[in-house]
Design a protein around this ligand. Structure first.
Ligand SMILES: Nc1nc2c(ncn2[C@@H]2O[C@H](COP(=O)(O)OP(=O)(O)OP(=O)(O)O)[C@@H](O)[C@H]2O)c(=O)[nH]1
Ligand SMILES: [Mg+2]
Length: 201
């Protein structure tokens, strides 16, 4: 009887919570993406004006609920000296969103190096990766094929995990819902990393 009731309680009042890291070079648009996501998925969220966002020193945290799934985001600062902190969060994370500035061709190889270092970390093995080709609202930006070509020698390091490259504009919201919905599907079906159980608040 107790087992039955506790099972019912869990079914009704618990959510599965997954931690998702948002990584990428400084100026890629990570915090803008997080704010756009919170605004789109949290009904009563009054986000800060996207134009007022400044560089992240440390981290920003945000939570959204998609059905019975809760995603908790950790948006880490992307400046070079802050990148050494990224791996402190790997063991706890269920998914990674890697943001690329599609308007910054000059720093594309720097972004690729940071991406490569991140995906070869053992602590992230099997974790789904959503690559966002951000700032697609800018007419002169690099296309998805351009970016895939620049990152092509990383492909065999991605291994068997789920990986999607999504065109996105954190500023206008284009591609944001598609990316989040893909991430939810991947973390839920990833049997390697069980979710945290959280009471619904
Ligand atoms: N045109 C355009 N600009 C964007 C987009 N996303 C972000 N930006 C701009 O890019 C700049 C950097 O955005 P942030 O969100 O602060 O970048 P970040 O990746 O969080 O940077 P760090 O916190 O330093 O790691 C800001 O001026 C944003 O307005 C986008 O989709 N399109
Ligand atoms: Mg930031």
């Amino acid at each position: 009887m107790y087992t039955l009731l506790s099972g019912l309680y869990k079914y009704m009042f618990q959510r599965d919570e997954y931690c998702v890291l948002i990584l990428g070079l400084d100026n890629a648009g990570k915090t803008t993406f997080l704010e756009q996501t919170k605004t789109r998925f949290n009904k009563n969220y009054k986000g800060m004006s996207l134009s007022k966002i400044t560089t992240t020193v440390g981290l920003n945290i945000g939570t959204i609920d998609v059905g019975k799934t809760r995603l908790m985001f950790w948006d880490l600062g992307g400046q070079e000296e802050l990148q050494s902190l990224w791996d402190k969060y790997y063991a706890e994370s269920h998914g990674v969103i890697y943001v690329i500035d599609s308007t910054d061709e000059e720093r594309l190889s720097e972004s690729k190096r940071a991406f490569e270092k991140m995906i070869t970390s053992e602590a992230l093995e099997g974790v789904p990766i959503l690559v966002l080709a951000n700032k697609q609202d800018v007419e002169t930006c690099l296309s998805i094929p351009d970016i895939k070509t620049a990152f092509s020698d990383c492909i065999n390091k991605i291994g068997k995990r789920d990986c999607l490259t999504q065109a996105c504009s954190a500023l206008t919201g284009k591609g944001v819902n598609e990316g989040i919905e893909w991430m939810v599907k991947c973390v839920v079906r990833n049997i390697h990393r069980p979710p945290r159980k959280k009471d619904i608040t």
